[in-house]
Design a protein around this ligand. Sequence first.
Ligand SMILES: [Zn+2]
Length: 459
Amino acid sequence: MAKIKTLYFCQNCGHQSPKWLGRCPSCGEWNTLVEEVIQKDDKNEKGAWRISSSKQISSKPRSIADIKYNEEHRIITEDQELNRVLGGGIVPGSLVLIGGEPGIGKSTLMLQIALSLGEKKVLYVSGEESEQQIKMRAERIEKNKQSQCFILTETSTQNIFKQIEIFEPDLVIIDSIQTLQSSFIESGAGSVSQVRECTAELIKFAKESGTPVFLIGHITKEGSLAGPKVLEHMVDTVLQFEGDRHLVYRILRTIKNRFGSTSELGIYEMLGTGLREVSNPSEILISQREENLSGITIGSMLEGNRPLMIEIQSLVSPATYGTPQRSSTGFDAKRLNMLLAVLEKRGGYRLGVQDVFLNVAGGLKVEDPAIDLSVCTSIVSSYEDVFVPQNVCFAAEIGLGGEIRAVTRIDARISEAEKLGFKEIYISKYNTKGIDLNNFKIKIHAFSRLDDVFGKLFS
Ligand SMILES: [Zn+2]
């Protein structure tokens, strides 16, 4: 047995160092370096994935004109939301990491996809649950009866590759990467070096065999569990499965994608029978209300290529104790403070002595600045206690001078608003160039100043 070799790994970013350091030089976090044994027990890598020499294609230089690229090779799943976040189906030989908090429904999503692939052979490797537990879940989902989904409860990568060689699956799902263990590494399952080694072995397998691999990885709210963060730069695609486990809606978000655009979004509803795709998310993001309430407005946001209409709620009330409270859910708190300052300075609203609570309905996080106008009108609507009609929506950014600024893809936003039955939309005057307003049935109000919008709505 060779001398035991150890290295120190940052549990946050995976940086390695031969000696212990108080602060990681790579990510700057304190106290994240942990010693791990990394001795490989076999130089020949016996048991690692290796393709038989007859199948191996040795690489040689090829002219870029001769390289054929075929979109058709992607595996198109029945799940339109997943297809979209992946950039149009599963790419052969790709490694996709699905990260998320425990209990959010990652296993359900993957099992559901495995069961819906028809004649494609899927190997579902689980180190988390027993065969019986997975069977029970599959019964609940009850998708395609002809599915070729096979369950393997195993954690050793060497044994998994043995089974893969015999079984020759079209798709491999690993649930989860934290349970895998490679015998080349001595540290325990779930440690940074173990997670990295197992992923490296799976990447080798995926690239050489052309079989796509999905990895499930758990992360906690604090990101304290080692693993997925470290893997983000190793894999081709990183999807994040988000949502409050107490809420019914789940969001599948692209964080990184070598084969498509990032910032794509898939929305699911968690039902007793599994996850249902929500193909028209605006319908669920806008609550159905009977009465008109002040402080509620509808704004347009763009997620990936898709315009969504989203409900903004705010509550403004006089601060009873000293410092007024500002609280924001789903919207950047700094941006909220900035908009409040603009309303105070340019609009003359005395918001400095008011508590302001802002909430984006549906548990979404909005980064699109086009939501600004909706946020501002929502706040003023609550402050003045005058409601905004339910068939009115907004799509514009607000500048520090109280000016209404243009946003990207305004035509797509207007079309979406029209499709959903809105009668009026407020946009920036600077957004009207290049679009034909007569193409739309919806009434378009184009303004350049915030005061003009408020004058029209609240006076
Ligand atoms: Zn680090």
